[in-house]
Design a protein around this ligand. Structure first.
Ligand SMILES: Cc1ncc(C[n+]2csc(CCOP(=O)(O)OP(=O)(O)O)c2C)c(N)n1
Length: 669
């Protein structure tokens, strides 16, 4: 055997043991956590981070760095240990000591924004691998626009059995295979163990054949053999397809009594087993201490790419001035200055034309304006392009051979679409928006929740937003979705009432840099409700008085989207019978909550009778109407029929509103 090879391998083993020691010590100290994955995957991480991954701990946001996603977020100590050892300033030894404690950067699962080097929040299995697909797509999209001199990096993900059992992984790997994302390399911690025990309790598939069938290269190696790991990654980097490297590992590697069992997955090993593991691994250092030679080797690895980063900076500086400015703008996330003016002009035109449009069509018209001046939007639809109207004029589709387009046919893969969009937003340089039916927001929800948690600007266009979609029936008619999306913290749920509000809500969604937005849009045509041009974006208030009462209001009607038309008709009926009525449009609950208490009180008003109208369930509306207010909407599932009949059938009509208000007024409230 070549002695240098032997010593290289020994060195890598000791470097990997540093991860193992830190992981078991931190979990022991926290008295909770998951030592099994970091100990099992330590050899993979060591080879990847010290031989391949291109990054610079001193410049963690270097746009052309390789991305690493720890999809199996429960193995967070693997990531934290590597970041610490590589010299990321955020990740001090004290942070490792404070693993899982309040206010530490080392939360139970990796949280985006807590520390540099954490590229995404993971924990819900399957999300990370789909994020990685989105990051790899973003790389291709941006490379096409700015050139390989400034955009040329790989995306790596470490996944576990659990990641690959989750349904979202199917969607993610199939779109990645279809798009031939060859700079995506997935390392599979193939340990045949999950929480309940051996994997064969619940799984008997063949991951290699599964990935191959999806258009990937797939190989299986010994995940404890550094030379094999190195060779497999090197080969994957030359592949024309995305690559899976199934690394056969032993969970909890090094813990003599618990390794290879689910007992090492998610609980501290215990003092005796930690001591036994130290012995087995030949690790003599005290907890949280790293021998100097090992620390030095990791630090040197951390410095590996600083030269490459400087070279990249020179290449960026050499770009044509306009292109460089544009690159910087996109990566910063600022919108083009031309947008505000373009939307103002468009809104002036709407005030003049007062078009009667379904809001999904109004959205497409708005997108024609937006996409002409905002080159970073990447649109798409989960196989409902003609229904969602998310493909604006002249928008070319992305194909496996050509990423110069801006529209993604996601196929029927809502979950991966939403999660990959998170990956695109996290990558930077792109503002992704999607398309599907509102009822299928359920299929996107885990990813929308993570976008909210990570404060990512992703925009979901969700059409067919109520019984107003008609004949497709109750399976397709959302009733609880608005309430359930509104319940997620940090999500803007917009339900615009006409073309003007649609344009305003789109603008707000684009400007919402700190979180996701959902645009709930109608299938059916709506008349213009906003008849004048306003300097301010009125939807920005979340709720505003659309029509005042003539005199002191006896009734206030709150409504959203398609029910504004009904509310306005009810106002006429009530006005005619001598009950001055005002109508408040509520395009976004969340933005309303951000207004001053005074504005909120004025907008809710003093009218003795308050009615809310929304073709959905009541949940959330008591905020506006009180527990004794009148709610006109849905109490259960919809039905299949032409929509005009459905509105009558479910008593969501101007007459029903007026009658209920009259009853209340006659009863002396
Ligand atoms: C969506 C989701 N479901 C369930 C869990 C809880 N959970 C965490 S790890 C895990 C499975 C562990 O098996 P594996 O993924 O193979 O990880 P390993 O035991 O090898 O570390 C489960 C069910 C989760 N984190 N996410």
């Amino acid at each position: 055997m070549d002695p240098t090879e032997d010593s290289d391998s020994d060195k890598l083993k000791r470097m990997a043991n540093a991860i193992r020691a830190l992981a078991m010590d931190a979990v022991q100290q926290a008295n909770s956590g998951h030592p099994g994955l970091p100990m099992g995957a330590a050899d993979i991480a060591t080879v990847l981070f010290t031989r391949f991954l291109r990054f610079d701990p001193a410049h963690p946001d270097w746009p052309d760095r390789d991305r690493f996603v720890l999809s199996a977020g429960h193995g967070s100590m693997l990531l934290y240990s590597c970041l610490h050892l590589l010299g990321y300033e955020d990740m001090t030894i004290d942070e490792l000591r404070r693993f899982r404690q309040l206010g530490s950067k080392t939360a139970g699962h990796p949280e985006y924004g807590h520390a540099s080097g954490i590229e995404t929040t993971t924990g819900p299995l399957g999300q990370g691998v789909a994020n990685a697909v989105g990051m790899a797509m973003a790389e291709r999209l941006l490379a096409g626009r700015f050139g390989p001199e400034v955009v040329d990096h790989h995306t790596y993900a470490l996944v576990s059995d659990g990641d690959l059992m989750e349904g979202i992984s199917h969607e993610a790997i199939s779109i990645a295979g279809h798009l031939r994302l060859n700079k995506l390399i997935v390392l599979f911690d193939d340990n045949n163990i999950s929480i309940d025990g051996p994997l064969d309790l619940a799984e008997s598939g063949d991951q290699i054949r599964r990935f191959e069938a999806a258009g990937w290269n797939a190989t299986r190696i010994d995940g404890h053999d550094p030379a094999a790991i190195e060779a497999a990654i090197a080969a994957a980097r030359t592949s024309e397809k995305p690559s899976l490297i199934a690394c056969r590992t032993v969970i909890g590697f090094g813990a003599p009594n618990k390794q290879g069992t689910s007992g090492s997955h998610g609980a501290p090993l215990g003092a005796d087993e930690v001591a036994a593991a130290r012995k087995q691994l030949g690790w003599t250092s005290a907890p949280f201490e790293i021998p100097t030679d090992v620390r030095d080797a990791w630090r040197i690895a951390g410095l590996r790419s600083s030269q490459a980063r400087r070279a990249w900076e020179s290449r960026l500086a050499a770009l044509d001035g306009d292109l460089r400015t544009e690159f910087d703008r996109r990566l910063t996330g600022d919108l083009p200055t031309a947008l505000a003016g373009a939307l103002d002009d468009y809104r002036r035109k709407l005030a003049k034309d007062r078009p009667a449009l379904a809001t999904r069509n109004a959205s497409q018209d708005t997108l024609d304006v937006i996409n002409a001046v905002v080159p970073e939007t990447i649109g798409g639809s989960a196989d409902l392009t003609g229904s969602n109207n998310t493909r604006s004029k002249g928008m070319a589709a992305v194909t496996p051979d050509d990423f110069s387009g801006r529209f993604i046919h996601w196929g029927v893969r809502e979950h991966a679409m939403a999660a990959a969009m998170n990956g695109m937003a996290l990558h930077g340089g792109i503002v992704p928006y999607s398309g599907t039916f509102l009822v299928f927001s359920d299929y996107c929800r885990p990813a929308i929740r993570l976008a909210a948690l990570m404060k990512q600007r992703v925009i979901h266009v969700m059409t067919h937003d109520s019984i107003g979609l008609g004949e497709d029936g109750p399976t397709h008619q959302p009733v609880e979705h608005l309430a359930s999306l509104r319940a997620i913290p940090n999500v803007n749920v917009f339900r615009p009432a006409d073309a003007m509000e649609t344009a305003e809500c789109w603008q707000l969604a684009l400007e919402s840099r700190g979180g996701p937005s959902v645009l709930a849009l109608t299938r059916q045509k709506l008349p213009a409700a906003r008849l004048e041009f306003d300097d301010e974006n009125r939807c920005a208030r979340g709720a505003y008085e659309l029509r005042p009462a003539d005199g002191d209001a006896a009734v206030t009607i709150f409504a959203t989207g398609s029910e504004i038309e009904i509310a306005l008709a009810a106002k006429s009926l009530l006005d005619q019978t001598g009950h001055p009525t005002r109508v408040v449009s509520v395009p976004c609950f969340r933005l309303f909550e951000k207004q001053s208490p005074q504005y909120q009180a004025e907008t809710i008003g003093q009218a003795p009778v308050r009615v809310a109208v929304e073709a959905a369930v009541r949940m959330g509306w008591d905020r506006f109407i009180g527990t004794d207010g009148i709610f006109v909407g849905m109490t259960g599932f919809g039905a299949s029929a032409p929509y005009q009949e459905l509105y009558k059938h479910f008593h969501i009509t101007a007459e029903a509103i007026a009658d209920a208000a009259h009853d209340r007024l006659e009863a002396g409230v």
